[in-house]
Design a protein around this ligand. Structure first.
Ligand code: UD1
Length: 422
């Protein structure tokens, strides 16, 4: 079991680089299996989920390589097999493999997807949309077994603008016969990036103002080179770290796209955080930290991202007054709360969807447990400002989404290291 050990209270100064968004890499890597020629992807973060997904592409017959120094992934697509092993249930994104297998080979057998336990996380919208494209499913306890002839265009309304369902459905429809229209789609930047990638392969799809995506099905898709957009969730996490820890020389977050997190940056600014936001960077100078709590509620893009709820709730513990955090996307996303309270925070979870944060509270180091990906980031931030030592246990959750967060923070002055406990 790997832990992160932090001695809190250090001021941090220097540059934090941002690399490609995990949530864009995952659909795009799956979508490479739709292509018939070599694909080169750049700006790829070094994350366990990426390696796992490349392993799944290898399982079906693709050739993949990941040059970590260049942050480049190459995939030579080939589908020799349409069944995925139980390894696939380690990550929820494996459901995205369904679309390329069906679109190119007309059959798929994949284990039901796993991932963080932040809620029920059903896949009904993906399955209903695929049915509308002509896919049928067989009942099985462990596997999702699907078959189809040539996929046929359809008009389908998503009952909720699910990110994963939108991604799966646009992939499938990219090779369907005819013109498909999906209504009530998700519009996260990672979806736009996936569409840009698919269009670079030769697909033809575009958003309309009424929240729909129109897709003119292509006969086949070729190869391309694509640079993945920067990770907006890591950018927001670093912005919180800057607000709470920046020393005299400040913290520069570089190679990011602040326009993708305007809502979340606005909350920080309303609370009193000063930052210099440019097109591709954010500079956070040393702060006076006279922050005041601001209410926020998560919603679909371009509302407040649920993935930044935990880090920014942590920030609210350092603001004066009472702030309400409403979580509208998931029903189990306050798992970090007892751990933050254990360190001295005063957060009351009123329901699964509402928590009240009373600030400002001094935090003291404690042994806390990483429970989910984004909650773990909140605990690391707490450790950075807490008095004394914090041990964040089970950081494998953190590593799924934050590439060596400890090393990047140590580089700018944090007293943070990894330790293994048997
Ligand atoms: C993606 C992101 C995740 C982020 C989430 C919301 C990836 C790899 N993960 O997850 O980090 O927190 O978007 O921005 O990109 N739902 C259904 N039926 C479905 C699908 C979803 O009811 O078929 C519900 C879910 O239970 C959940 C909500 O829709 O309450 C949001 O889920 P969704 O947008 O699908 O998130 P993911 O794609 O899983």
């Amino acid at each position: 079991m790997t832990n992160i050990i932090i001695n809190g209270g250090k001021t941090l100064e220097g540059t934090l680089p941002i690399f490609g968004a995990k949530n864009a890499c995952l659909p795009i890597i799956c979508a490479t299996a739709l292509a018939e020629e070599k694909v080169t992807l750049s700006n790829i973060p070094d994350l366990s989920d990426i390696e796992l997904l490349l392993g799944l592409l290898e399982e079906i017959g693709c050739q993949t390589s990941f040059c970590k120094e260049k942050r480049e992934v190459e995939v030579t697509p080939n589908i020799a097999k349409t069944e995925l092993s139980q390894k696939a249930n380690k990550m929820r994104a494996s459901i995205l493999m369904l679309a390329p297998l069906l679109a190119r080979k007309g059959s798929a057998k994949i284990p039901y997807p796993g991932g963080c336990s932040i809620g029920g996380r059903p896949i009904d919208i993906t399955l209903d949309g695929l049915r509308a494209l002509g896919v049928s499913f067989e009942d099985s306890d462990d596997y999702l077994i699907a078959s189809a002839g040539k996929l046929k265009a359809c008009e389908f309304t998503l009952k909720f603008p699910s990110v994963g369902a939108t991604e799966a459905l646009i992939m499938a429809a990219s090779l369907a016969e005819g013109t498909t229209v999906f209504h009530n789609v998700a519009r996260e930047p990672e979806i736009t990036d996936t569409m840009d990638f698919l269009n670079a392969l030769g697909a033809d799809m575009f958003f309309s103002d009424d929240n729909s995506i129109t897709i003119n099905g292509a006969e086949k898709l070729a190869g391309c080179q694509h640079r993945v957009i920067p990770d907006r969730i890591i950018t927001g996490t670093y912005a919180v770290i800057g607000a709470l820890c920046a020393g005299e020389k400040g913290i520069l977050i570089e190679n990011c796209q602040p326009k993708h997190l305007q809502t979340e940056l606005n909350v920080l600014q309303q609370a009193g955080v000063k930052m210099d936001i440019k097109e591709n960077s954010i500079f956070i100078p040393q702060q006076d930290k006279n922050y005041v709590g601001v209410d926020f509620e998560t919603s679909v893009y371009n509302g407040f991202a649920t993935d930044l709820q935990a880090p920014i709730m942590m920030f609210l513990t350092q603001c004066d007054g009472e702030a309400h955090v409403t979580e509208n996307i998931y029903e189990n996303r306050f798992m970090h709360v007892p751990h933050l309270n254990n360190m001295g925070a005063k957060i009351t979870p009123v329901s699964h969807h509402l928590a009240v944060v009373k600030g400002k509270t001094d935090l003291v180091g404690a042994k806390v447990e990483s429970t989910d990906l984004r909650g773990s980031a909140a605990l690391v931030i707490a450790g950075l400002i807490a008095e004394g030592q914090t041990i964040v246990e089970k950081v494998q959750h953190l590593d799924r989404g934050y590439e060596t967060l400890d090393k990047f923070l140590a580089n700018i002055g944090a007293d943070i290291k990894r330790g293994t406990v048997l």
